[in-house]
Write a protein that binds this ligand. Structure first.
Ligand code: ATP
Ligand code: MG
Length: 365
């Protein structure tokens, strides 16, 4: 059995060299692989083509690439996106029978910071590093805030790897009676939307980049019937890229929350995220430490496996609110995978989220 250290970018690229293209060559020799990221056992990359038609034709290649990487020792998760440079087809055709609305991907956001009608605060949840638990924290904090009486929305802005449908247990495609406005589902007291719910099955592999992504984000914010909300939490993709830029520059944000694990390396990335929010003049509402301690499911023993108090110290150093710490607990992952966030249950972790929600409400009031 290979260890995670043996899973290198080179091993992934080698596997992709074995994936032939219908018109000759392979994914690597034809230079179609972009944004390859290997983090532990999780592998993400993009196959970039020059037109939506080419992207569609490569759908079987994408499936073979995914299978080839998944077969490598040490790989636990593979996420492959197929992108096109050119204007893509619209997402859906006005919905059809109960289908999702058309999304005119490709439209540029309009200039100037926009408010979303009825939404009192937009709060971005980010981190510099991938996999530190942004989506888990977003889903649970949204549920905890709803349990505290806030009217809450949750927008999954991770276009490459949407996770909220799974975490919130929503699979049904939203409806749109007029083909424009999107009626969002409500799960565990939270109104939510994810691009994962709007893509047609055959489009699932096709991801749009740059201005097209930004258009998609803007549409999710403005075409969804959010109703009256005290807060709309936005689960950001990892890193400090286009989505963060668009959200902060084009929308009037109440602020951002940065999630980090206590490890030095995650903290370094969190500092990058904080710096980026600072440059974009988005106030930071607080820091959250995820995976602070490991709680042994067998004996209940609690251990600071990644070091103690790192994020709290960082918050103090920067004069920012520290919203709380969350343990690394198997029930959190199982709850996320099962579609019922742990904050919707009665448990010590749900209590931690409740305290965090109260602190955030105090910070905002
Ligand atoms: N406190 C926790 N205890 C146990 N598992 C956790 C905890 N927080 C997150 N996880 C698990 O870790 C994995 C990564 O979490 P998550 O998807 O929330 O991270 P992310 O920062 O949103 O990742 P990405 O950068 O890919 O968007 C998931 O399987 C999740 O269930
Ligand atoms: Mg995520």
């Amino acid at each position: 059995m290979a260890t995670q250290e043996t899973l290198s970018r080179e091993a992934v690229l080698d596997a992709l060299r074995g994936v032939a293209l219908p018109d000759g060559g392979d994914l690597v020799s034809r230079d179609l692989v972009r944004a390859l990221a290997v983090a532990g056992g999780a592998v993400r990359f993009v196959i970039e083509t020059d037109s939506p038609e080419a992207a569609k034709a490569l759908a079987p290649v994408r499936a073979r690439a995914e299978a080839a990487v998944a077969a490598l020792d040490g790989v636990s998760q593979v996420s492959v996106a197929l992108t096109a440079h050119g204007p893509p087809p619209s997402l859906g055709k006005g919905g059809g029978k109960g289908g999702a609305p058309a999304m005119k991907i490709g439209r540029h956001p309009t200039a100037g910071p926009n408010a979303v009608p009825g939404v009192r605060r937009i709060i971005a949840i980010g981190s510099g590093k991938g996999g530190v638990g942004k989506s888990t924290v977003s889903a649970n904090l949204a549920v905890a805030l709803a349990r505290e009486g806030w009217r809450v929305g949750l927008l999954d802005a991770d276009i490459y790897g949407p996770s909220q449908p799974r975490m919130m247990g929503v699979t049904k495609r939203p409806s749109s009676p007029d083909g424009k406005e999107i009626i969002p589902p409500v799960a565990h007291g939270v109104t939510m939307i994810s691009i994962g719910l709007l893509l047609r099955e055959e489009d699932e592999a096709v991801i749009w980049r740059g201005p097209m992504l930004m258009g998609a984000l803007q549409q999710l914010l403005t075409q969804v019937r959010w109703g009256e909300l005290d807060a709309l939490l936005v689960d950001m993709p990892p890193g400090t890229g286009d989505i963060q830029l668009t959200l902060c520059q084009k929308f009037d944000l109440a602020g951002a929350i940065v999630v980090s694990t206590p490890q030095d390396v995650a903290l370094l990335d969190a500092r990058k995220a904080l710096k980026a929010f600072g440059t974009l003049k988005t106030p930071v509402l607080g820091l959250i430490e995820n995976m602070s301690t490991f709680i042994c499911p067998k004996c209940g023993h609690e251990e600071h496996i990644f070091g103690e108090g790192g994020v709290k110290r960082e918050a103090k150093r920067l004069g920012l609110p520290f919203l709380g710490e969350l343990p690394l607990a198997v029930e959190v992952r199982l709850a996320g995978d099962g579609g019922v966030p742990v904050a919707a249950t009665d448990s010590p972790v749900a209590d931690a989220y409740r305290r965090m929600a109260r602190r955030l409400i105090e910070t905002c009031d």
